[in-house]
Design a protein around this ligand. Structure first.
Ligand code: ADP
Ligand code: MG
Length: 318
């Protein structure tokens, strides 16, 4: 099977999932064309996943397809953007049809679920790696950036934290328990919080998705906004499954492990007070933004630098 047959068979169908309003021209020409409605900003981002670095060797291709798009789209959710389309740069060691079919299936399920179409891409041969560029849109000026948090703002997070990080301990488990299955599902099938992101658009002063760990990612908001924060540890949402699996270490997972793709946002107290209960139910208040720089847990400064820096490919080990 040649490169173009491969694209036609497995990837072209993902450009026709549903009528996309904004894609004027999909895959097949030198470029794709997207028409951005007047009154909208185009919000876009690219993410690369390398086998053995961002996902395990011999990872299930249908899971990879879902995960690759979900983690990329999570950045759109964090900006409050509505997803429209994506491009895929795929590097493959060989054209394995079973692998391609399963990968395209997982990717297509994700695309459909997030309301996106595949607008184009690039296919090359080499060690397995993929880059996905995702496009979304927001009303002009409405994107939520990391830089807007102010003293007194409440810090909120969606869902529960630490599950996906804990799942890394069970990836090889034979016959996983119910609790292990729960956290594994959280790792394999992250759900970008798209509806929540758009609901936060007119309310949050800053937002980020939790990909590297709460302390690290909140740290990025604090730095961009030139503020500090205090987190009340007892309020950090932890799933019953994680508590049963990790006991007293559950909080550590929730604070420091990544891959959950929940949202962390800052919301002024008055706006939080007026927010509809349907929104409040999806979020937990875990702390408050403070004038004094630095991140504190129950009032005590977080000491270890690695706590707040998170994962960095190029940082030298001490
Ligand atoms: P060019 O040489 O002009 O850059 P390519 O040969 O790389 O074009 O790609 C031909 C067409 O196929 C382009 O429209 C491109 O967007 C599309 N394409 C290539 N790889 C993929 C892929 N993995 N998924 C979707 N579309 C793809
Ligand atoms: Mg060309």
């Amino acid at each position: 099977m040649g490169e173009f047959e491969l694209i036609r068979r497995y990837f072209m169908p993902l450009s026709r999932l549903h009528g996309s309003r904004s894609i004027v021209l999909g895959p097949g020409d030198d470029c794709a064309i997207q028409r951005v409605p007047s009154g909208s900003d185009l919000v876009f981002s690219i993410d690369t996943l390398v086998e053995g670095v961002h996902f395990p060797l011999n990872y299930r291709p249908d899971y990879l397809g879902w995960r690759a798009l979900a983690v990329a789209v999570s950045d759109l959710a964090a900006m409050g953007a509505d997803p429209t389309c994506f491009t895929l740069a795929l590097t493959l060691p060989e054209a394995d049809e079973t692998w391609l079919r399963d990968f395209a299936f997982g990717l297509g399920k994700a695309a459909e679920s997030f309301g996106m179409v595949l607008a184009g891409g690039d296919t090359t041969r080499g060690p397995l790696a993929l880059s996905l560029q995702v496009h979304g849109q927001v009303p002009i000026g409405a994107a939520i950036c990391r830089s807007g948090a102010g003293p007194g703002d409440l810090i909120v997070v969606s869902g529960t934290l630490g599950d996906a990080g804990a799942a890394l301990d069970y990836l090889e488990a034979q016959g996983p328990s119910k609790d292990e299955e729960f956290v594994l599902e959280r790792y394999h099938h992250p759900e970008p919080r798209l509806a929540l992101g758009t609901a936060l658009r007119s309310r949050a002063t800053a937002a980020i998705d939790v990909s590297d760990g709460l302390l690290a990612d909140l740290g990025h908001i604090l730095e961009a906004s030139s503020v500090g924060a205090n987190i009340e540890c007892a309020r950090v949402p932890v799933s019953p499954a994680l508590t049963r699996l990790k006991g007293s270490e559950a909080l550590d997972y929730a604070l420091r492990s990544g891959d959950d793709y929940e949202l962390c946002a800052t919301v002024p107290e008055a706006i939080w007070g007026d927010a509809p209960s349907s929104l409040k139910q999806q979020l937990t208040v875990i702390g408050v933004i403070e004038q004094a720089p630095g991140l504190r847990l129950d009032g005590a400064a977080v000491v270890s630098e690695s706590d707040v820096v998170g994962f960095d490919h190029f940082r030298r080990k001490a």
